[in-house]
Write a protein that binds this ligand. Structure first.
Ligand code: PHE
Length: 538
């Protein structure tokens, strides 16, 4: 790396979120493509012919491709390449497809990088999506589900009846009090509307608004905040102490509202913006039966048309005078060698940088630039769906400032006997905290936090748990990466890795502006397949 591209050191989670919130050129480009006529060019662009040039015999340049990694990027690359007649071999280090798209079920074992093994004890039909778990409507992931026939169901990303729970002296009277999303929203929207209404009526906005616009604003605020004569006094939006019913049962509204100052101190309002996000707004979706339905469908589609080698540990990637050579150890640790015209490598950069290669020093340096993110989850299998039966919460997410960060209620198996709650899904420091505990301690800490919100059932109804620490997960070593930025741009290492190194192309969500989304992996795979096609066709 040259000095002028020195990355900023204070790359925060906020920067990361802002960074990935922006849609990149690739996404925009594919957005115009509509249905998956995958290589249909954007309107106005010159069509690209992806088929190998007529008459090119198999085994000649451009025909043989080694894909490293059977995660979403690798499988997608293979899937698209075989559509146009390439000869593809996939090397996968695990004994399954999917990579970070991993749905854990009863009977499965996993050993973390420190040697600790867990075996999942979930019942049949119970599962946890350890990695990706929610799909926005507009992601290309949905288009692949359509093409591959993967059935979807709604994933509840926002539920008015889930809780906010913060604790600490700065949170005032509401410290340690679980408050329903709907209640916090009613009060905060109400008070904000009242304040703005007051300011408008006192003339504070006279320079900004015409008289008629002021009237329209007041009308809006009365509706938005549920104001009566310009004041917020609470409303049914908060919920009921006694619900309405038959005959003379009018119900008892949960009044009075919290005070404005209490609501501000609670900081609950800082959670509201999440659901406005481009990628987090409802509706969200999930494949029926587990997120791994996606890689499994891709695997079925390429089966018999590619060679997929499991338990293959890549030990060397080399550009040769006329193509690429990849060295790997097979299941029995025997070194094997493959040759091809091109390689598409989807190994996470933090791992790839340790693998022997003849990449240029600049490329090897660039692989060390993105920062792996720590993130983790615990699945708590309960023998009773107390969140549904007692709390009337049918899916959705509770937010808290405790170290669990979020608690996810399952968006499947409603009204059933058992269920798996995600007891934490967190990032950064909170994820590291859990990562550094053994599985039993992770469970205990998750229970200590969850009990504060759900009471004793959170412990007494538990049957078993399974936790994942992505930073300690073999072959992943992180949930995703964050690119340092400089002057609002990703550092040049990002652009460098988006270029082929000789005949090796890098792909994965880390090389997209949809980091931490499967859409980034799909898009990145499509990009390199298109590039290889252009090169072969040229
Ligand atoms: N896609 C992941 C999720 O939805 C990671 C992520 C979190 C990405 C927050 C953007 C914002 O949890």
């Amino acid at each position: 790396m040259s000095d002028k591209s020195k990355p900023q050191t204070d790359y925060t989670r906020r920067d990361f979120l802002m960074d990935i919130g922006k849609t990149g050129g690739i996404a925009a480009m594919y957005g115009t493509m509509g249905a998956l006529g995958l290589f249909a060019p954007p309107a106005g662009a010159k069509p690209v012919n992806f088929a190998p040039p007529a008459g090119l015999p198999r085994g000649k340049k451009g025909n043989r491709i080694i894909v490293i990694g059977a995660g979403i990027a690798g499988l997608t690359a293979a899937y698209e390449l075989i559509k146009v007649g390439y000869d593809v071999t996939i090397l996968e280090s695990r004994d399954r497809v999917g990579g970070r798209n991993w749905t854990v079920r009863g009977g499965e074992s996993e050993t973390e990088t420190d040697g600790v093994t867990q075996t999942c004890k979930f019942d049949r039909d119970q599962y946890m999506n350890c990695g990706p778990a929610r799909l926005p409507q507009h992601h290309v992931t949905i288009d692949y589900c359509r093409e591959l026939g993967v059935p979807l169901e709604i994933f509840t990303n926002q539920n008015a009846d889930a809780y906010y729970y913060n604790e600490g002296p700065q949170f005032g009277n509401l410290s340690g009090v679980p408050v329903r999303h709907r209640t916090a929203k009613a009060d905060i929207y109400g008070y904000m509307s009242e304040l703005l209404s007051k300011a408008t009526n006192q003339g504070a906005l006279n320079e900004d608004l015409t008289t008629s616009d002021k009237e329209l604003l007041i009308t809006f605020l009365n509706s938005f905040g549920n104001l009566q004569s310009g004041k917020y006094n609470g409303s049914t939006r908060r919920g009921y102490k006694v619900s309405p019913g038959a005959g003379d049962q009018r119900g008892e509204v949960d009044l009075p509202p919290y005070e404005l100052s209490e609501m501000l101190q609670s900081r609950f309002g800082l959670n509201f913006a999440f659901e406005f996000g481009w990628d987090q707004a409802m509706l969200m979706f999930q494949p029926v039966g587990g997120m791994d339905a996606i890689p499994k469908a891709l695997e079925r589609a390429i089966r018999n048309k590619t060679k997929l080698i499991y338990n293959a540990n890549v030990a060397g990637i080399y550009n040769t005078s006329n193509g690429v050579q990849v060295i790997y150890e097979d299941k029995s640790r025997v070194a094997k060698q493959l040759e091809a015209d091109f390689c598409i490598c989807t190994i996470p950069p933090q791992i790839l940088k340790r693998i022997p290669s003849n990449f240029s020093p600049e490329v090897v340096d660039a692989l060390g630039v993105p920062n792996p993110t720590s993130t983790g989850k615990i699945g708590l299998q309960y023998k009773r769906r107390f969140w549904e039966e007692d709390d009337k919460i049918m899916g959705g997410i509770t937010n808290t400032n405790t170290n669990v960060s979020t608690i996810w209620y399952p968006s499947y198996g409603y009204l059933g006997k058992k269920g798996v709650v995600v007891g934490y899904y967190n990032f950064g420091g909170n994820a590291n905290f859990y990562s550094n505990l053994d599985p039993a301690e992770r469970q205990e800490q998750a229970l200590l936090q969850g009990e504060k919100i759900h009471g004793s059932s959170y412990r007494s109804e538990l049957e078993n748990s399974f936790s994942v620490s992505w930073i300690k997960t073999q072959f992943s070593e992180g949930g995703w990466v964050g690119w340092p930025t400089s002057g609002g741009q990703r550092v040049p290492a990002y652009d460098l890795l988006n270029q082929p190194e000789g005949n090796v192309y890098f792909a994965g969500d880390h090389l997209s502006y949809y980091i931490a989304w499967q859409a980034g992996a799909f898009d990145s795979a499509r990009k390199v397949v298109m590039e290889i096609g252009q090169r072969v066709g040229a």
